[in-house]
Design a protein around this ligand. Structure first.
Ligand code: FES
Ligand SMILES: [Fe+2]
Length: 436
């Protein structure tokens, strides 16, 4: 069933979203075409693609892609589906190859996806052209890199990557600037988590300051009951992360949210104690600060560390935490199935202890055994059950802060404890979904 524009518009009211937006297959199919088929999507980091022939598997929405580095240095994003019979061409997660060879009948493709050779070429009719586009791997028409972050779009034309990112460029800048050598490396042995609910729930939850004290209450209580482990390994970081979710109402309500154009948003920093605060004071931090000052001077180093944001959502598929060197990528699979890939970065020129903290942060927040993302995924599934049941809620309420938000100089609004980030996601959603 296809949906017309009037029907799409009828699903969004000021402060409310119809449950079909989260559960309906036709809505999901249109999202894949209109949103994931047009927007710039993060696909890889160039530290995964250092040499010609390097490749890494990734996703664009529900489609698998292969991101390659060609001999001339260009990066290509290719559909991981063979034009012969549709088989998955590449099943390795990453590697280095001369050609991509399909595992079914050995059609071989160059690093830009062009068919180069196949078995029994002389047995094909004359109008079969090796190298023709229709016999080659599908390729994203636009690929752009911003400071090492590789984005691709399936649309032939549209805003440039810089225009699309707008004020969110600072999220990427601040992450890269935190490296004394001005370069970061993705640690691509990250985590993959799949939950049984809609992709948008992850984004709506990421910049929500009311749920943590409720949803994460069990780990808050455990952390409050136990002293720091005296292992000399964790520095109390895990306990501090758990405890931070247990802020009182007044503390959560004081954290600012910023809702920006194109569905993007970010929230202010939440950690206030120990090794997680902005100006932490310990030997690892002292060593790091010395390296950053050596590289940039004291004033610039202070400016870089002064930026105190928690989650930076780049709609529709990326969430960056610059301060703790984390990345989460959200991939829709079905209306009620979503994959989340989570990684951390190594900052070049920073002491090893900084990387250890990033790994610990990643494990605490995003591993399948995490006491934080696991709780969140559980609540998404509980919402999905409520929205899917015939007697469940019909209109989801996103009114918190409506009418209280203040204009923001980056073109959106800001307010504490608001649901404005969700509302700006639906403004962008409606724009994408109703464009010709
Ligand atoms: S399906 Fe790929 S070569 Fe046959
Ligand atoms: Fe949460």
């Amino acid at each position: 069933m296809s949906l017309d524009t009037a029907e799409i518009r009828s699903l969004i009211r000021e402060g409310h979203v119809h449950k079909r937006v989260y559960t309906d297959q036709a809505v999901f199919d249109l999202e894949m075409e209109k949103i994931f088929g047009n927007a710039w999507l993060y696909v890889a980091h160039d530290s995964q693609l250092r040499k010609p022939g390097d490749f890494v598997r990734s996703r664009m929405g529900k489609n698998e892609v292969i991101v390659t580095r060609d001999h001339d240095g260009a990066i290509h994003v290719l559909k991981n589906s063979c034009p012969h019979r549709g088989a998955t061409v590449c099943s390795d997660k990453r590697g280095n190859v001369r050609n991509l060879v399909c595992g079914y009948h050995a059609w071989a493709f160059a690093l830009d996806g062009t068919l180069k050779g196949l078995p029994h070429p002389s047995s094909y009719p004359e109008d079969f052209i090796i190298g023709a586009r229709e016999n080659s791997l599908g390729r994203a028409p636009r690929v752009e890199v911003y400071r090492g972050f590789v984005f691709a779009s399936l649309a032939e034309s549209g805003p440039s990557l810089r225009e699309f990112l707008g004020p969110m460029l600072l999220a990427i800048d601040n992450l890269v600037d935190r490296a004394p050598e001005g370069e970061i490396e993705l640690c691509d042995t990250g985590f993959q988590l799949e939950y049984r609910a809609n992709w948008k729930m992850h984004h709506e939850n990421a910049n929500d300051t009311i749920h943590p004290g409720v949803v994460h209450e069990s780990s808050v209580t455990t952390a409050n009951r136990n002293k720091n482990p005296d292992t000399g390994f964790d520095d109390g970081q895990t306990r501090q992360m758990m405890r931070a979710n247990g802020f009182g109402k007044r503390e959560w309500e004081s954290i600012e949210q910023y809702a920006l154009p194109n569905g993007h948003s970010y929230m202010g920093g939440i950690y206030q104690e120990g090794v997680l605060v902005r100006q932490e004071n310990d030997p690892t931090q002292a060593e790091y600060l010395a390296a950053l000052k050596d590289a940039h001077g004291a004033q610039r180093a202070a400016e870089i560390l002064e930026i105190n944001r928690f989650n930076n959502l780049i709609y529709p598929n990326l969430n960056i935490n610059a301060q703790y060197h984390q990345l989460r990528v959200v991939h829709p699979v079905a209306p009620d199935r979503t994959m989340v890939f989570a990684y951390c970065f190594r900052l070049k020129g920073a002491p090893e202890g900084v990387f250890h903290r990033a790994v610990r942060f990643l494990s605490n927040l995003s591993s399948p055994a995490s006491m934080i993302l696991g709780d969140d995924a559980g609540i998404f599934e509980s919402c999905d059950v409520g929205l899917t049941r015939s007697d469940g809620v019909e209109w989801v309420n996103v009114q918190r802060g409506l009418g209280f938000d203040r204009p923001h100089d980056e073109g959106g609004v800001s307010s504490a404890a608001t649901e404005a980030p969700i509302r700006t996601q639906f403004t962008a959603w409606l724009d994408y979904m109703t464009q010709a």
